[in-house]
Design a protein around this ligand. Structure first.
Ligand SMILES: CC(C)(O)CC(=O)SCCNC(=O)CCNC(=O)[C@H](O)C(C)(C)COP(=O)(O)OP(=O)(O)OC[C@H]1O[C@@H](n2cnc3c(N)ncnc32)[C@H](O)[C@@H]1OP(=O)(O)O
Length: 257
């Protein structure tokens, strides 16, 4: 399927989405939102795909929401259309989504990366929530997700000063899972996605859901949820196969059942 602002392709069992507005440093306009949501939904529905990777260019993952598109918007327009609510659709992907970030991930770019399940950063990556410099604040989840990733003090620092964080600081702060050389970024992210895609899909989706539930549940509720989902896994053929393969010292052949 061809899109206007992204390239979406299947490589083996991985759906790769590459933001493709190079002249605007991949600024996220309404067409990018429509395209990325459509591509993520298509990959989610594709039985041949087990995980996704979202990436940008060497210079910019995305330099934020498109300032030129939104600058003239009125309050009533923003309110009535519930501006940015469409990004919630992207976070509904059930299959794992990895953000592979090189260069600028600013404002909505940083927020898009944080909507993914984890972030692999190039050593060139720069994360920031510079909305305050534009007379506004984050609006695609930055004040909430960044705080959960890096804690209140650092989130306040980033959101109130608009300063950027480099890849080393982002890894130290827990924003990114690992840092790799820029030249290897997409390959490393694809390797991680391929690894996930080779596991049992129902087990992967259940594990993703359980980790995400830790955000909205108390510890007691979360532990109970985890146990119940874990119990249900004994109904999977893949649980029988995975454990038999271990006992028989062979590679498991998961069938996603
Ligand atoms: C979602 C919310 C609510 O949270 C809000 C946001 O995301 S608001 C946007 C937050 N992002 C920013 O404020 C970053 C804006 N961009 C920059 O500061 C700079 O472009 C830079 C530091 C990332 C890179 O600087 P430089 O290398 O000098 O490149 P430029 O010449 O500035 O940019 C090239 C080209 O891209 C256009 N551009 C860049 N960012 C955006 C953007 N967010 N929206 C729209 N257009 C953007 C920039 O205007 C240039 O275009 P031309 O002048 O060449 O037409």
């Amino acid at each position: 399927m061809a899109y206007e602002t992204i390239i979406a392709e299947t490589r083996g069992k991985v759906g790769l989405i590459t933001l493709n507005r190079p002249k605007a440093l991949n600024a996220l306009n309404s067409q990018v939102l429509a395209d990325i949501v459509a591509a993520a939904k298509a990959f989610d529905a594709d039985d041949g795909v087990g995980a996704m990777v979202v990436t940008g260019s060497e210079k910019a993952f995305a330099a934020g929401a498109d300032i030129k598109e939104m600058q003239a918007k009125s309050y009533v327009e923003a309110y009535l259309e519930d501006f940015f609510v469409g990004w919630e659709e992207f976070t509904r992907a059930r299959k794992p989504v990895i953000a592979a970030v090189a260069g600028y991930a600013l404002g909505g770019g940083c927020e898009l990366a944080m909507m993914c399940d984890f972030i692999i950063a190039a050593d060139s990556a720069k994360f920031g929530q510079p909305e305050i410099t534009l007379g506004v604040m984050p609006g695609m989840g930055g004040s909430q997700r960044l705080t959960r990733f890096v804690g209140k003090s650092k989130a306040m620092d980033m959101v109130l000063t608009g300063r950027m964080m480099d890849a080393t600081e982002a890894e130290r702060s827990g924003l990114v899972s690992r840092v790799v050389p820029a030249a290897d970024l997409v390959e490393e992210a694809m390797k991680a996605a391929e690894k996930i895609a080779d596991f049992s899909l129902p087990a992967v989706i259940m594990a993703k859901e359980a980790v995400n539930r830790s955000y909205d549940l108390t510890l007691a509720e979360g532990l109970r949820f985890e146990r119940r989902v874990f119990h249900s896994m004994f109904a999977l053929d893949d649980q029988k196969e995975g454990m038999a393969a271990f006992a028989e010292k062979r590679k498991p052949a998961f069938r996603n059942r």
